[in-house]
Design a protein around this ligand. Structure first.
Ligand code: FAD
Ligand code: NA7
Length: 453
């Protein structure tokens, strides 16, 4: 194919989703048919899995992307996010326990991105995408970028755009009556870096989901005096260790006292909002901008990927589903998008109306999900549906049973669930037990987790 006929593809973001797109394009050996360029505003790949001490703005004055913190251990078993072709055992040369800390996960991801492939040439680091618009006349996107090192801006044209900029980077921070009078520290979990900071303190955590659960446990583990989690819709309801309790939503603050809906109050030293994130794609022109809040199937996306309100089916959003499966889901979604661009999909839809009604059915089913099991089943079906179209080889959906066990383990004991062992779908090896229970493990280095005798 001659250069002029090559399809030009822009991937925005080199986190796990964007990297899955690059990996799959490279494996499909599509170099003859497409030119792929990835813009990443950070100096390195990995997205949220990069740890940085910075909060607020980065060295270039851009909003800090990652809200990753020290001592984060995976909150799901690694066997549920393992790549079929690149297992943890392959990467580390031995089986490792099921719940690795952040540096281990990042190392594993980088292993997949560098093993028998060279993805770096695709990526322009320190380059932020400022604006994307679509021209109906020539059916091309105009992408405006800024090289943060030189502060030079330029425009490039593309046939396809894949938005893979993540969904957990713009904090949702509600207001609470009287919080201006609060005498202690206040932050959103996006700015939380080190649990040791809260040693000896009485914490109030606002929210009742994954971050609230993890911070409550982690802060207590690293020496917080007490933690009150305050919920809006329903409590997490775990069998908490002594020192953590749940109360209905805080109604007001007066000085360092928080007053709750049940009439109780508590003295507090620090407040951490674990109130989730906002979907934010400010760089997309209005008609191309996905509008959603956290969902397992945001509206107006065929197969959870092709944007249906603009861009002539040439615009994709990746990794914007609330995530149970994470990396394997990104992988199959990436393969689907790559094959769609290369016109290599079985069951390709006939018309826009067919795509819209398909997406609406998925949205409707998503809106009926009630329990965690429903969400596990829904995301399993989503992955199976994409897999069927593209012939994604091993069965990633086998993780479903493990998610059930994971949920059960958490209900049984929220402190010990990370000490349990799962069996790899792809190697059949059962993971060893961690040498120290998670509650006692404080060293999150690769050396401590992987190389122990
Ligand atoms: P991101 O990782 O957010 O990457 C997006 C990338 O896009 C970033 O590199 C960013 O710099 C770049 N970018 C953004 N805007 C622009 C722009 N305008 N121009 C150029 N580049 C841009 N998942 C799990 O499976 N297990 C866990 O234990 C787990 N723990 C988590 C803990 C926390 C605190 C959070 C917030 C999330 C966690 N997740 C976990 C979920 C997480 O979302 C995924 O693991 C994964 O990082 C999502 O990848 P992504 O590529 O979609 O997004
Ligand atoms: P989530 O899962 O979006 O949860 C946000 C929580 O915040 C949820 O419990 C909400 O309660 C609560 N919330 C939101 N707004 C408010 C207000 N105004 N008042 C009180 N409570 C509120 O975000 P997480 O950070 O926990 O998890 C996101 C990812 O980060 C996840 O993948 C993790 O692995 C890490 P609701 O139930 O809606 O009443």
């Amino acid at each position: 194919m001659n250069m002029a006929n090559k399809k030009k593809v822009c991937v925005i973001g080199a986190g796990p989703s964007g990297m899955a797109a690059l990996w799959n394009f490279s494996k499909l050996k599509s170099g003859n048919d497409v030119d792929v360029v990835c813009y990443e505003k950070q100096k390195s790949w990995g997205g949220l899995w990069n740890y940085s001490w910075r909060t607020g703005t980065d060295g270039y004055g851009e909003p800090c992307h990652a809200g990753m913190y020290k001592h984060l251990w995976s909150n799901g078993p690694k066997e549920c996010l393992e790549f079929p072709d690149y297992t943890f055992e392959k990467h580390f040369g031995k089986a490792i326990p099921s719940y690795p800390p952040r540096p281990v996960i990042k190392d594993y991801l980088e292993g997949r991105w560098t093993s028998n492939v060279d993805l770096r040439p695709y990526i322009k680091f320190n380059t932020v995408v400022r604006h994307v618009e679509y021209n109906d006349l020539d059916k091309k996107f105009i992408v405006e970028i800024t090289n943060l090192e030189t502060d030079q801006s330029s425009k490039e044209t593309f046939d396809y755009v894949i938005v893979a900029t993540g969904i957990f980077n713009v904090p949702n921070v509600p207001d609470l009556p009287g919080i201006d009078t609060f005498e202690g520290t206040i932050q959103h979990v996006h700015n939380f870096r080190d649990a040791k900071e809260f040693k000896g303190q009485r914490l109030l955590i606002v929210g009742a989901s994954y971050s609230a659960e993890d911070l409550a446990l982690q802060c207590l583990k690293f020496g917080a005096k007490s933690v009150v989690c305050t919920w809006r819709t329903k409590p997490m309801g775990f069998n908490w260790p002594k020192g953590i309790e749940e109360r209905p939503l805080v109604q007001k603050f007066d000085g360092n006292v928080a007053y709750f809906k049940d009439g109780s109050n508590a003295e507090i030293d620090a407040v951490i909002f674990c109130t989730g994130y906002k979907y934010s794609f400010p760089f997309m022109e209005g008609k191309l901008r996905l509008q959603s809040s956290l969902s397992m199937f945001p509206d107006n996306l065929y197969k959870g990927s092709v944007y249906l309100l603009g861009g002539n089916n040439q615009l994709f959003y990746m990794g914007i589903q609330d995530q149970l499966y994470s990396f394997t889901m990104f992988d199959v979604q990436a393969l689907w998008i790559c094959k769609y661009i290369l016109r290599n999909i079985s069951n390709e839809p006939k018309s826009l109306s067919e795509m819209k009604s398909n997406a609406q059915r998925w949205c409707q089913n998503c809106s009926e999900l009630k329990k965690c099991h429903d969400e596990i089943d829904f995301q399993t079906k989503f992955i199976a549906d994409l897999s069927k179209d593209v012939g994604y080889y091993p069965d990633a959906t086998k993780a479903r049973e493990m998610f059930y066990t994971w949920e059960h383990d958490k209900e049984k004991n929220i402190v010990t669930y990370r000490d349990q062992c799962f069996t790899s779908i792809y190697t059949g090896t059962k993971s060893p037990r961690p040498t120290a229970p998670w509650w006692q493990a404080k060293d999150d280095s690769i050396k401590a987790f992987v190389n122990k005798k």
